[in-house]
Design a protein around this ligand. Structure first.
Ligand code: ADP
Ligand code: ZN
Length: 721
């Protein structure tokens, strides 16, 4: 059986995602592999599929017991014999499992690392007596001090290559910066490993950062539109998870708290109820979620500032594993950053404290960002991505601008008068004419003192940030950062250059560009009920039976036979045989009643994406999705057709192609006629490329967003901006 056949047969998927195909081939060739893939990217399949194909046992090392049960359930439902050994089991259960292992009746065995190398553990000797074919190490970043989630018990895994020298090892993680990556490779003793790095872009997640004001009301407004959906809300402290969960319950939401201080039984019950959609909202500290692979989490909210981007990205990544549109919202208050600084200090370890503080700083920068959030996040993970993703708050917002030349002049001259020796807070107080003693007497005599009293403090802070982002001011890197002028300041001070700023923080969002599939809502509701009943009967969470995406596909394409049902995502042989008829019947009845027929022909099978491997070294990655658009474009398809085929907006496709202009693999003239280029270039030079909306406004209807993006990409490539 080929890997692709097994993918269809056991997992019901028609194509590999990301680099799954290449990774699996490497394992089948008995090579060691490190896989970096975003949360929800499909890491598990990278070892589960080889486990099915290889003769013998696959051992999976995983840090959390909760995760194991879930994965084992899902495998068994797919007809793949799997088990776990952990402390929650009785001796009798463990004996049964070892018997099945001895009889080669189990393909995958899940273990926590501490079981393996425990002092009195006889497990290792037992495992060595079995025909082990593959070892998978999940959440491999736990082995590194540099990561954000270090677990000392992972260090013992170095012994695996000693005990099983000839067995291929696959290490997997969703987050790894350069240091962590290096650490994983070294500490695990991987042999000439191939490193696979997938694009970390999660295109179905929309990122938003909202200034925190009255957080509970803000949350309620957000939840009001998502009453039927599942979501995770992260808080910093255990206490606040409990009080928030209680408040939400009072408002009629099915919410429960979850944190490390709760009783194990309570935690297990809450988690289980969440998986089964009986609890809709989990209010949790970061203790919750690692390894939760519930696929229909529709949103993740951060009530408090996360400590670093790695954690934030992993947490937001728990939304939308099924590929459907999902939301990430973070409520940001600068005060949170100050609070977190204390936590970032690691006792007696200045080096690590420095790293943690830097990570916190990056997190704050993300929150205060006035540019595409997705681009920032991906850049953080060393990935080039064009700006203008179309699905973050920045890209979805039109910012009305106004002539702020006078304001800029006031700010810049204040900085000049203060001899470029004071930080933002002092400059603002000075501008506002604060009577505080902190303002030096001699400064109170200056003409500029108090010239900005008509503007509020937060607004001044925002203007200073924007002026800095636009390059009219700069902030030093010192312990006590001060504001300084730049080369660009003089022109403004002399009245030679106009400055435009964003008028207010009131956000008017467009709708995201991705169009939802037209599905039969009533049928979907019916299918959901059927899934719930089957799940209850089988005693597993509903999404283990079938993902939301699979249900939605059924309600969209209306399969009329088992053969057609096979084309729906998630239906492998076993699932088709076990549950196919149960799902098919209501679809057929519904179609007959409403005079509808099968639309399965419209379902475009996703092509296997070209895999790219990398030796253990840093490189630039392109995103899979951009590549797919580019390949289609190169095959001669017009943009409108690619957009229709890929169910993406044409502007998204243009964005993808711009990336290749930036990379120099495509000429700008392929997207923009020569005559238009100088005008666009001119506009970009005058107004900057941070935001497309104002450029579009200036250029008018004759210039499309796509053309502007293309020229911006081309100018970036040339180093013009
Ligand atoms: P990760 O461990 O990387 O966070 P998972 O392994 O939990 O992600 O996979 C996320 C979801 O994607 C799961 O529901 C999984 O079944 C699904 N999935 C994985 N590979 C594919 C594929 N090739 N096609 C469709 N769905 C897939
Ligand atoms: Zn964006």
């Amino acid at each position: 059986m080929t890997p692709i056949q097994a993918l269809q047969k056991y997992f019901g998927y028609s194509a590999f995602r990301h680099q799954q195909g290449a990774i699996i081939q490497h394992i089948l060739d008995k090579k060691d592999v490190l896989t970096l893939m975003p949360t929800g990217g499909g890491k598990s399949l990278c070892y589960q599929l080889p486990a099915v194909l290889l003769d013998g046992l696959t051992i999976v090392i995983s840090p959390l017991i909760a995760l194991m049960k879930d994965q084992v359930d899902a495998l068994n439902v797919n007809g793949i014999p799997a088990a776990f050994i952990n402390s929650s089991q009785s001796t009798q259960e463990q004996i049964e499992i070892s018997t099945r292992l001895k009889n080669n009746q189990i393909k995958l065995l899940y273990l926590a690392p501490e079981r393996l190398f425990g002092k009195e553990s006889k497990l290792m000797a037992f495992l060595k007596s079995l025909p082990v074919a593959l070892i998978a190490i999940d959440e491999a970043h736990c082995i590194s001090h540099w990561g954000h989630d270090f677990r000392p018990e992972y260090l013992a895994l170095a012994g695996l290559k000693v005990e099983f020298p000839n067995i291929p090892v696959i290490a997997l993680t969703a987050t790894a910066d350069k240091l962590t990556k290096k650490d994983i490779l070294e500490k695990l003793n991987l042999k000439d490993p191939e490193v696979f790095i997938s694009s970390f872009n999660r295109e179905n997640i929309t990122y938003r950062v909202v200034p925190k004001k009255n957080s509970f009301n803000q949350l309620l407004a957000f939840l009001d539109e998502r009453k039927e959906e599942s979501g995770i809300i992260y808080c910093l402290s255990r206490k606040s998870t409990e009080s928030l969960a209680a408040d939400l319950k009072e408002e009629g939401f099915l919410a429960e708290a979850y944190h490390a201080g709760l009783d194990n039984a309570v935690k297990a019950r809450t988690q289980e109820a969440f998986l089964r959609d009986e609890v809709r909202i989990i209010v949790a500290t970061i203790a919750f979620g690692m390894g939760i692979n519930k696929s229909n989490v529709r949103y993740v909210v951060h009530m408090d500032l996360p400590k670093n981007i790695e954690g934030y990205y992993q947490e937001t990544g728990r939304a939308g594993r099924d590929g459907l549109p999902s939301d990430a919202m973070l409520l940001f208050s600068p005060g949170d950053a100050i609070k977190l600084k204390q936590f970032a200090m690691v006792e007696d370890n200045p080096e690590q404290s420095r790293i943690m503080l830097k990570k916190l700083d990056d997190m704050v920068n993300y929150c205060q960002l006035h540019a595409c959030r997705r681009q920032f996040l991906l850049k953080y993970f060393d990935e080039d991505f064009p700006p203008g993703c179309g699905s973050c708050d920045f890209c979805l917002t039109e910012f009305p601008r106004f002539d702020a030349t006078l304001i800029a002049q006031k700010a810049l001259s204040a900085v000049a008068r203060l001899k470029e020796r004071f930080g933002g807070a002092y400059v603002v107080d000075f501008l506002r004419g604060s009577k505080s003693e902190k303002i030096r007497e001699e400064h109170k005599q200056l003409k500029t003192y108090g010239i900005g009293a008509d503007i509020s403090k937060p607004e001044w802070q925002r203007y200073l940030r924007e002026l800095t982002a636009m390059g009219y001011l700069q902030v030093t890197d010192d312990m006590y950062p001060v504001l300084k002028l730049t080369q660009k300041s003089e022109a403004v001070l002399k009245g030679l250059e106009k400055v435009e700023l964003v008028a207010s923080q009131i956000i008017e969002e467009h709708q995201p560009a991705t169009e939802a599939l037209p599905f039969e809502a009533a049928l979907l509701a019916e299918l959901r009920n059927i899934r719930r009943d089957i799940a209850q009967h089988e005693n597993v969470p509903p999404y283990v039976i079938l993902s939301d995406a699979g249900l939605q596909e059924m309600a969209t394409y209306l399969p009329q036979s088992l053969d057609e049902l096979r084309l729906i995502s998630g239906f492998g042989d076993i699932k088709l045989a076990r549950y196919g008829r149960e799902f098919l019947l209501p679809v057929k009845n519904y179609s007959a009643k409403n005079g509808l027929s099968s639309k399965i022909k419209h379902k475009v099978p996703k092509r296997e994406r070209k895999a790219k491997t990398e030796r253990a070294a840093g490189n630039i990655r392109s995103s899979d999705t951009a590549k797919e658009s580019f390949t289609l474009y190169r095959s001669g398809k017009p943009i409108s057709e690619i957009a229709a085929q890929r169910k993406l907006a044409p502007t998204t496709i243009e964005g993808h192609l711009s990336f290749y202009i930036y990379k120099g693999e495509m000429e700008v003239t392929e997207l923009v006629i020569q005559e238009k280029i100088p005008t666009i270039k001119d506009a970009v030079e005058n107004y900057g490329a941070e935001k497309l909306a104002p450029l579009k406004e200036i250029l008018g209807d004759n210039y499309s967003y796509g053309e502007i993006k293309a020229v911006v990409a081309w100018m970036r490539k040339n180093g013009d901006i």
